[in-house]
Write a protein that binds this ligand. Structure first.
Ligand code: PLP
Length: 381
């Protein structure tokens, strides 16, 4: 077995598992004043401090959510609605063409429901980076406040985005900035000074079902889920204590990850790919990428075929974003990078994590080689 799909979900780290077991043993509501309730509260606050450290934020700026998608939606809706109450109101939602669907579809939903609000898409270059010059020109000429959403690193290609520059530009234009750091967290410093920053526990070896929105001081925000006073009235609902505790533990451990080990494994894998399949196309090979991600195409080998064959050999990878797996559709990320459709259809994503090793890479390479040989024999017959 070789699990190489950490960008979809990174398996639960033992430390996160242990923290969750401890929390599950408590069986108390963190809002209760008795000792069991206070213990649950303490676990949440411990986790909040760890996530804040990851975000370069203060603990009060962290709002726990159910996932990264919710955090993205909460930032977008929260900013738009609040600025309509006490302006200047957001007039443009400016999203990069390669954002995760939770940003793209929420932005479309908001524009559908709020008259006068417009959506603008920042183009992506062939190098997989957002077009900064395009954004500069747009912000200079925009006739209304703009909320810009750019991810820190792309989930499919791993390509790192120039978010520092984006944040500076947006600030100068009196706009607002959301940085989706769901994929970058734990893989490179994600303490961005954006107005809104989002994380997801299961991408760094925490559990599924926990995420966080970081709201920087002064950033406009309106709660979407109201009821109890949890998360200081910014997100109502009894907290997922075990999920949050697991998130905190994963956030703590990931600081000690040896990321150069991952990039060595990934680079070795890609060197073998180039050697065994000279025709392979590796997306983003010449630009800054997450150390754990390899997105490549073996022309003529459709991704659906490869996924099934690899799975039969016990190799688990993706053909794009996990959220869209099961649907045969071209990757909007590769499309935004102007990758030819016949190449994009062959794109496979291998993503490593805390428990990946050399043996995983070997199993994947052997399986790919077997498959390519079978395809070649079929074509020759
Ligand atoms: N943003 C990015 C960049 C992602 O890759 C994902 C998940 O793949 C999400 C947001 C959504 O996170 P979650 O699965 O926690 O909803």
């Amino acid at each position: 077995m070789a699990y190489l799909d950490h960008n979809a979900t990174s398996p639960l780290r033992p430390q996160a598992h242990a923290a969750m077991e401890r929390a599950l043993g408590l069986q108390a509501n963190a809002s209760s004043v008795h000792r069991a309730g206070r213990s649950a509260r303490a676990l949440i606050e411990e986790a909040r401090a760890e996530v804040a450290r990851l975000a370069g934020a203060s603990a009060e700026q962290i709002v726990f959510t159910s996932c990264g998608s919710e955090a993205n939606a909460l930032a977008l809706w929260g900013a738009v609605e609040r600025t309509r109450e006490s302006g200047p109101p957001v007039g443009y939602l400016c999203v990069s063409a390669m954002e995760h669907d939770s940003v793209l579809r929420t932005a479309a939903q908001i524009v559908d429901r709020i008259p006068g609000l417009r959506i603008v898409v920042i183009p992506v270059g062939r190098d997989g980076a957002v077009d900064i010059e395009w954004l500069r020109i747009f912000l200079d000429s925009a006739d209304a406040r703009t909320l810009v959403a750019v991810m820190a690193a792309n989930n499919e290609t791993g390509i790192i985005q120039p978010v520092g520059e984006v944040i500076d530009m947006v600030r100068e234009a009196d706009g607002l900035c959301l940085v989706d750091a769901v994929q970058s967290c734990g893989k490179f410093a994600s303490d961005f000074a954006a107005d809104y920053l989002t994380f997801s526990a299961h991408k760094l070896g925490g559990p599924q079902g926990a995420g966080a929105l970081v709201i920087k001081e002064g950033a406009p925000f309106r709660a979407q889920l109201v009821g109890g006073g949890q998360e200081t009235y910014r997100r109502a609902g009894t907290e997922n204590v075990a999920g949050i505790a697991g998130f905190g533990a994963a956030a703590k451990v990931c600081r000690g990850d040896d990321l150069s080990r991952l990039s060595r494994l990934r680079d070795g894998f890609e060197a073998e790919l180039r050697f065994r399949f000279p025709e392979c196309v590796i997306f983003g090979e010449d630009v800054a990428r997450l150390p754990n991600t390899s997105n490549f195409a073996l022309p003529g080998l459709p991704a659906e075929t490869a996924l099934i064959a690899l799975d039969l050999d016990g190799v688990m990878v993706s053909s794009g974003a996990a959220c869209s797996s099961g649907k045969v559709r071209a990757s909007h990320v590769l499309e935004a990078m102007s990758v030819r459709p016949e190449i994009a259809r062959c794109a496979l994503r291998v993503s490593l994590g805390w428990n990946s090793d050399e043996a995983d890479m070997d199993v994947a390479l052997v399986s790919l080689e077997k498959l390519a040989a079978r395809m070649a024999a079929r074509r020759a017959a």
